[in-house]
Design a protein around this ligand. Structure first.
Ligand code: AMP
Length: 321
C-alpha cells in the first residue's frame, strides 16, 4: 500500500481471490481512509507477469472491482491500471532510464524467473511499471513494508536519475518504513502468510459461504497442548492458536472465557461469518448491477487520466519526444 499525506495510492493485483488477510491488513484500513484523493486500483497488468488464463483474469478482475465497492470504498477514486494508459506509457520512458543490472538484482525476478528461458520479459520489467504507478501520482511520501522496500527504492532511483538527466519532472517520494500491521497467517501452515495464491484450505476467501468458513476453521492447525491455559498467544510456540486469536480480535470478537480449542474455533467462526456477512450481502447486490460497477470505475479512470496524462506529457517532452 502506498500512501501520501494528501493523496494515497493502493494497488491490488487480481492474481487470486481476496482473503480475510487482505481485508484485515489492507481493505479495512483503505476503506476507513477512502476519499476522492485515495487512488485505489487493480494492478491487472501486474497479474500477467507469470503464465495466466485470460478468462480467469477477467473473472477475478470483475470480482475484485465489485469487492472493493462492497467493502466500502465507494468514496475513493477506483480504477483499473490497464485503463489508464499513462501507466504503460511512463513505464516505457522509465525503461529508457533503468539499467539491466538493477533490474537483474530485483528479488522477485531472482527468485521466480532468472535463468529460466520461458520467464516473461514482464517479470523482469514490472518493477519499472511499478515505479511508473507510483511516480505518476506524485506522492510525497511512500510508506512501505519490508517486502516492497526494494521496489520503492528503485522508483526513487529512477526519479532521481531522470530528473538529473532531463530536468525536474518527478517528485522523489520519501520512503517511510511502516511497522507490519495485522498479519493473518495461513490456517494450515500458520507460519506462512494467508495468501490469495496459496492453497484454498488455509485461506479464508471473502466470498466463502458460512459453511465453508466453518469447515476451514474447524480444520485449522492448533497444537497438542490442550491443558489449562492452552488458549493463549505465543507466536513462536503456538503459531496456529495465536493466529486464531488474532483473527478473532481482528473480526471484533473476544477470547474472554474461551478455554478450549473447540470453543475458540466456534468463536472465531462466528466472528468471521459476522464480518463477512454484510460484505457478501452488498457484493450480491452489486453483482446484479455490473453496469453500475463498471461505470464507477470508468469515472475513476477518467479522474486518473486527468492526474497522470500531464505527468506523462512532461516526462515525454523532457526526453525529447
Ligand atoms: P497481496 O495479496 O499480497 O497482493 O497484498 C495486497 C495487500 O493485502 C497488501 O497491502 C498486503 O499487505 C495485504 N495482505 C495480504 N495478505 C495479508 C495477510 N495474510 N495479512 C495481512 N495483510 C495481508
Amino acid at each position: 500500500m502506498l500512501t501520501t499525506r494528501t493523496r494515497s495510492l493502493s494497488l491490488l493485483t487480481p492474481s487470486g481471490h481476496l482473503t480475510l488477510g487482505n481485508l484485515l491488513g489492507a481493505l479495512g484500513p483503505m476503506a476507513d481512509a477512502a476519499g476522492p484523493d485515495s487512488y485505489y486500483g487493480l494492478s491487472d497488468l501486474h497479474a500477467m507477469t507469470t503464465p495466466h488464463q485470460p478468462a480467469a483474469l477477467r473473472e477475478r478482475s470483475v470480482e475484485m472491482m465489485t469487492l472493493l465497492l462492497a467493502t466500502g470504498m465507494g468514496e475513493a477514486t477506483l480504477f483499473r491500471q490497464s485503463r489508464v494508459p499513462a501507466h504503460t506509457g511512463l513505464a516505457y520512458l522509465l525503461e529508457c532510464t533503468a539499467r539491466t543490472g538493477e533490474l537483474a538484482r530485483m528479488i522477485q525476478y531472482k527468485e521466480k524467473g532468472r535463468g529460466v528461458d520461458s520467464t516473461r520479459v514482464s517479470l523482469y520489467t514490472y518493477p519499472v511499471l511499478m515505479a511508473a504507478d507510483i511516480l505518476l501520482y506524485r506522492p510525497d511520501v511512500v510508506p512501505v513494508g519490508d517486502d516492497q522496500r526494494q521496489h520503492v527504492e528503485l522508483a526513487r532511483d529512477l526519479a532521481q536519475r531522470f530528473n538529473t538527466r532531463y530536468g525536474e519532472v518527478f517528485v522523489v517520494p520519501e520512503l517511510v518504513t511502516v511497522a507490519a500491521g495485522a498479519r493473518v497467517m495461513d490456517l494450515v501452515h500458520p507460519t506462512r502468510k494467508m495468501s490469495k495464491s496459496a492453497g484454498a484450505a488455509g485461506s479464508i476467501y471473502l466470498l466463502d459461504p458460512p459453511d465453508v468458513v466453518r469447515r476451514k476453521i474447524a480444520r485449522a492447525v492448533t497444537d497438542s497442548d490442550t491443558g489449562p491455559g492452552a488458549v493463549r498467544p505465543d507466536r513462536a510456540a503456538k503459531p496456529g492458536v495465536t493466529n486464531l486469536l488474532d483473527v478473532l480480535v481482528g473480526c471484533g470478537g473476544s477470547a474472554e472465557g474461551v478455554s478450549t480449542y473447540g470453543a475458540l474455533k466456534r468463536a472465531v467462526t462466528d466472528a468471521v461469518v459476522d464480518t463477512l456477512a454484510p460484505i457478501q450481502a452488498r457484493y450480491a447486490e452489486l453483482a446484479d448491477e455490473p453496469a453500475y460497477v463498471t461505470a464507477v470505475y470508468e469515472r475513476g479512470e477518467q479522474r486518473c487520466r486527468q492526474v497522470t496524462d500531464p505527468v506523462l506529457g512532461a516526462a515525454a517532452a523532457a526526453m525529447g519526444l
